[in-house]
Design a protein around this ligand. Structure first.
Ligand SMILES: NC(=O)c1ccc[n+]([C@@H]2O[C@H](COP(=O)([O-])OP(=O)(O)OC[C@H]3O[C@@H](n4cnc5c(N)ncnc54)[C@H](OP(=O)(O)O)[C@@H]3O)[C@@H](O)[C@H]2O)c1
Length: 484
């Protein structure tokens, strides 16, 4: 069996590197767990792991690894072992090499690119951007590989890649790219070579300004929870679980509820460090928080999370179902796997979390659940065909839960914000064009900020909100009214 060929010490070493980079406790790092689905270790973190492994074992840049080799720690250890023994066989002893494997990227490029229009140096340049953003070893960035299916590069990362490409090739405004070409690196290189640049003068917020308007920090960078008047800490004594709250909107909701006195269970999956940091930020500001790592799409992880909540706090008052994952792309790019991931995270994750939350809320004699949807679940928004459909299911499930959980004195409502300035929006394909369109469609010329949504979530959690249940509350500055 292949497993037997991995010397334990090597696998232990690889495990130690994973633990060091991800800051996961070793006991979480099951060598056979799927890196992305079970452990939330994405391509960026995998790239960091490989930098350390390269340094530690004098590995070349190009080891000829495939996505199959990178699925779990055991397979990586086996590939590493094979590489090291081949090298030792060649050299007669373990010899370090700092010379990159002369894998001929240009030759790969020539074979992969059929369009004569692509300048010779463009594909390696685009590949280099992908490597820089994803931190994938260059050798797995096969220009013909499907970005999402073969390489696990999702629309969010593709958005980051495009920001760098725009910068690097001085593409000043919106790239108009045929979706077919967005599927592979070769296609993108081809598209960039024939790019149409649309220059639109906008008075809207630029990304730097957007960043400045997010966060709502005090001058020292921390919200002053302990400095807040006691009367304002309306949720003192309440325990809130906010899924997906290490970063972005979920983080702001968690921080705000903590500012209002709640003890918050912060949950992260792919961004474990950010979960730790959010908890540290809340605590440093005098609030109370606990980090519970795990995927809402994984029932075993949910068991661990809710067992922890029960062990630490005995019960639960609020559950905010914020976690979301899914592909932002036109429908012709959406695969069954994209549906599966989006549905599992947003809908099955909500259902499974809510059942566990209800058990803990019963101990309090009631509670409140808030789900997150989007007005785009009832209309067309570019690149949101899959997610809009899935969010429609979230709204439907919200209504069923409102009725079925009512006997336990649990209210369930859904907040449906329009586009929110922040991480996700900045990574949206064609974000500049779309943000501008969305801003134009609001009555104020401005989109939501995270804190607008957090205020609304907190309002729904308040004692004074008694008769609300099964409602979907849209807050999008009038976009959906204008667009019908
Ligand atoms: N941004 C908008 O414009 C907008 C508009 C309307 C509605 N919403 C909704 O508001 C919510 C938050 O949006 P956002 O903009 O903050 O989205 P985001 O930037 O994509 O963040 C998603 C959050 O979900 C977490 N997550 C992803 N997969 C997870 C999993 N399997 N288990 C646990 N957590 C997981 C992520 O944390 P990790 O990285 O740790 O996994 C992250 O904290 C979502 O439900 C979204 O649909 C957003």
């Amino acid at each position: 069996m292949a497993i037997a060929t991995v010397p334990l010490s090597l696998e232990r070493d690889v495990l130690a590197v994973f633990a060091e980079v991800t800051r996961y406790p070793l006991e979480i790092l099951d060598p056979e767990a799927n890196l992305e689905e079970d452990l939330g270790i994405d391509s960026v973190k995998l790239g960091e792991v490989f930098s350390v492994l390269r340094e530690r074992h004098d590995l070349p840049q190009h080891m000829g690894l495939t996505p199959e080799n990178l699925k779990n720690i055991r397979l990586i250890s086996i590939a590493l072992e094979q590489h090291l023994s081949e090298r030792n066989g060649r050299n007669g002893h373990h010899q370090a090499t700092t010379t990159p494997d002369p894998a001929p990227i240009t030759a790969t490029v020539d074979a992969a690119i059929t369009q004569d229009a692509v300048p010779d140096d463009l594909l390696p340049g685009i590949q280099a951007v992908f490597a820089e953003v994803t931190r994938y070893p260059v050798e797995i960035l096969d220009p013909k590989a499907q970005l999402e299916e073969d390489l696990g590069i999702d629309s969010v990362k593709l958005g980051e890649v495009f920001s760098v490409i725009r910068e690097k090739y001085k593409l000043s405004d919106t790239l108009v790219v045929d979706p077919e070409r967005l599927k592979t690196i070769a296609g993108i290189a081809d598209a960039v070579s024939q790019v149409t640049v649309r220059t639109t003068v906008r008075t809207s917020l630029q990304p730097s300004a957007i960043a400045e308007t997010n966060g709502h920090k005090t001058p020292n960078g921390l919200p002053g929870i302990s400095a807040m008047p006691r009367a304002k800490r309306q949720f003192e004594g309440k325990v809130a679980f906010v899924s997906g709250s290490g970063r972005a909107l979920g983080k702001d909701i968690a921080v705000y509820l903590a500012e209002l006195g709640a003890t918050v269970i912060v949950n992260s999956f792919h961004s474990r460090n950010q979960g730790d940091e959010t908890v540290a930020q809340i605590k440093a500001a005098g609030g109370s928080a606990l980090h519970a790592w795990g995927s809402v799409a994984n029932p075993e992880h949910l068991d661990n999370i809710f067992n922890t909540i029960e062990a630490e706090f005995g019960a639960l008052d609020f559950f905010i179902s914020n976690a979301s994952n899914g592909m932002l792309a036109r429908l012709d790019q959406i695969t069954p796997e994209h549906w599966e991931k989006a549905f599992r995270t947003n809908v099955v994750g909500l259902h499974q979390s809510a059942l566990r939350a209800v058990n803990l809320m019963k101990k309090r004699g009631g509670g409140k659940i808030v789900t997150l949807s989007s007005p785009a679940s009832h209309g067309y928004v570019d690149y949101f065909g899959c997610m809009g459909t899935v969010k429609a299911a979230v709204e439907s499930l919200t209504k069923s839960m409102a009725i079925e959980f009512a006997p336990y004195n649990i209210q369930v409502n859904c907040v449906s914000p329009g586009p929110i300035y922040g991480e996700l929006l900045n990574k949206w394909p064609e974000s500049k064009r779309l943000i501008a369109e969305w801003e134009d469609a609001t009555v104020t010329g401005r989109l939501c900020e995270s804190r607008d949504v957090s205020h609304f979530v907190a309002y729904l959690l308040g004692d004074e909100v008694k008769l609300f249940t099964g409602s979907v509350l849209v807050m999008d500055g009038g976009i959906s009214v204008r667009w019908g």
